[in-house]
Design a protein around this ligand. Structure first.
Ligand code: COA
Length: 153
């Protein structure tokens, strides 16, 4: 049986772990900004991110109390943009699918996601969770989650 995955809100105490995952080479490769992030700028970003839940929400995914990934929702014009990262040591086990399929249920508003072309694992994860390709621009696939209005409270 698969151990259950839970999502909990990120806290400042998660800063080091999140920075480690953010600076992982594959995470950087998948990001728009591929630069390594410094601890100082990360702390400023995290503190500001946690200060206004109407603009950004961050979660840690845990299996048996062990952190296995993180996901993020950024409020854009009328939609939430979702993004996700699995801990390097937890990749290749379907964690992203389990995170994302749980996360989409939190929202009533339309959802979007961006995935770089070539990130085959993330493309599969997005499509398996119900995201549909909307357009492709400058090496990025833009996904929409179209059935937001059909979700229950
Ligand atoms: C991309 C990422 C989120 C995938 O998470 P994961 O839980 O490790 O995903 P998995 O390895 O279980 O793969 C998911 C699916 O993609 C498939 N897959 C993995 N690598 C693949 C590849 N190179 N080509 C084709 N399919 C691939 C898997 O077989 C699986 O398919 P299934 O659902 O049919 O079983 C994770 O590797 C990660 O965090 N990478 C760095 C950051 C990142 O890319 N974030 C996403 C930004 S959009």
């Amino acid at each position: 049986m698969t151990d259950s995955l839970s999502l909990r809100p990120v806290e400042m105490a998660d800063a080091d772990l999140l920075l480690l995952w953010r600076n992982d080479p594959d995470t950087r490769q998948a990001s728009h900004n591929t630069d390594e992030v410094t601890l100082a700028s990360h702390l400023v970003w995290l503190e500001s991110s946690l200060s206004d839940l109407s603009k950004r929400r961050l979660w840690i995914a845990e299996v048996n109390g062990v952190a296995v990934g993180t996901c993020r929702a950024d409020r854009m014009a009328g939609v939430w943009e979702l993004s996700w990262t699995v801990a390097p040591e937890a990749r290749g086990k379907g964690v992203a699918h389990r995170m994302l399929s749980k996360l989409v249920l939190y929202f009533k508003e339309p959802l979007v996601a961006q995935v770089k072309i070539g990130n085959m694992a993330s493309i599969k994860v997005a499509e398996r969770a119900g995201f549909v390709l909307d357009k492709q621009e400058q090496g990025v696939l833009f996904y929409v989650y179209p059935n937001a209005s059909f979700r229950a409270d």
